[in-house]
Design a protein around this ligand. Structure first.
Ligand SMILES: *Cc1c(COP(=O)(O)O)cnc(C)c1O
Length: 387
């Protein structure tokens, strides 16, 4: 039995009441005490006690135990969304006058947090391409406290050299935070490369069914304790016990789902690459990808998300492709069982100019449907450009 299935199917689930095979949902806001002393002790140390479900809850804690083990971390904190995980992790490490280095292609709300939100608190930010260790060496300053990574980033799929960045950061006492949502712990464990804190949107593959919003932060017991006291308790991005239970339920088959997403994404990426009307396919696991060698070092596989650019710059053609898919759904996000198509041009409001390299950039999420069906669907949609 692999370690992952030990964690996801068994950890913390032996000896459940009445021999239950599924863990209970503790849908409770408060926990009662048998005496004054017990009450006072719990209040003195909320991290290690059940007091009020804005802090700890047994269902949430079981999910956290599994998530920590999955990411090779000491501890995890489940939160209400991926952006809550990102903002709590960043805010926990900075004070007025500090500086952060961030990869420029990071998730849109990460960029907002860094560019707009932190400005209010006098925290400076430098954006870097991040494909080369020199990008980071040049950007760090004496007051740098955080290097924020997303590898691969989820539109351009650029990677950062994780081991080198972690070493550089450690030598300057800088914390490294990475968004590992794309790879999942099935394909990449950043902590093994020396990264300090890992954040995830559980709304993607952890949930796996496009039916929950959630997030997680993994790291050392010390870092997670700090985040619990300084961000989680005061800001209140609380995960619901039912949400934690759904994540645990859907995590049970994460190890089975991910290789299917990988196979389908690679199959579709190879098909697109074979077409004359496709300019580029951006998928780290394709041998033609500019950082393929680094990808093979850091990733054990690839997830279902990648993008491609058509040779055309005619938005009407992009519309035709988007409108003529039958099985792919037109939607944001990703990580569910279903395949999605997301033309980047849709983020530009009607009438607004679209940069040349974004007009025909299309993001695909390869779900777990039959690969031949998906290929056929994409072929029909792409061929519709010539009708
Ligand atoms: C979706 C996503 C997030 C945000 O997560 P939410 O659960 O939607 O708040 C963060 N990072 C990446 C890479 C994402 O794809």
């Amino acid at each position: 039995m692999s370690n992952v299935s030990e964690i996801l199917l068994h950890m913390g689930e032996r000896n459940l009441p009445g021999g239950a095979v599924s863990p209970p949902i503790f849908q409770t806001s408060i926990f009662c005490f048998s005496s004054f002393d017990e009450f006072r002790n719990a209040l003195a140390d909320e991290t290690h006690n059940f007091l009020y479900s804005r802090g700890n809850n047994p269902t949430v804690n079981l999910c956290e135990e599994k998530l920590a083990a999955l990411e090779h971390a000491e501890k995890a904190k489940l939160v209400s969304s991926g952006v809550a995980a990102i903002s709590c992790a960043i805010l926990s490490q900075v004070q007025s006058g500090d500086h952060c280095v961030v990869v420029q292609d990071s998730y849109s709300w990460t960029r907002y947090m860094m560019l707009t939100y932190l400005k209010r608190f006098n925290v400076d930010v430098t954006f870097v391409e991040g494909t080369d260790i020199e990008d980071f060496e040049k950007a760090i300053r004496p007051n740098t406290k955080v290097i924020y990574l997303e590898s691969p980033a989820t539109f351009t799929f650029k990677l950062q050299p994780l081991r080198e960045v972690a070493e550089l950061a450690k030598s300057h006492h800088i914390k490294t935070i990475i968004d590992n949502t794309w790879a999942t712990p099935i394909f990449q464990n950043p902590i093994d490369f020396g990264i300090d804190i890992v954040v995830h949107s559980a709304s993607k593959y952890f949930g796996g069914n496009s039916d929950i919003i959630g997030g997680a932060i993994m790291g050392s017991a010390e870092d997670i304790q700090h985040i619990f006291s300084t961000e989680f308790l005061p800001l209140g991005p609380v995960p619901d016990p039912l949400q934690a239970w759904l994540i645990m339920r859907n995590l049970r088959n994460l190890e089975i789902r991910m290789p299917v997403h990988y196979r389908n994404a690679l199959g579709l990426a190879e098909y697109l690459e074979s077409r004359d009307d496709v300019e580029a396919v951006l998928y780290p696991m394709l041998p033609s990808f500019s950082q393929y060698e680094l990808a093979k070092k850091q990733l054990r596989g690839g997830s279902g998300l990648f993008s491609f650019r058509l040779k055309t710059r005619d938005i009407e053609k992009v519309k035709k492709v988007t409108d003529n898919v039958k099985y792919f759904k037109r939607a944001v996000s990703w990580g569910g069982y279903e395949s999605l198509i997301d033309p980047n041009a849709t983020v530009f409001a009607p009438g607004k100019p679209i940069p040349d390299d974004r007009i025909s950039l299309i993001r695909i999420h390869a779900g777990i449907e039959d690969l031949e069906l998906l290929k056929e669907d994409l072929k029909t949609a792409l061929d519709s450009m010539y009708d």
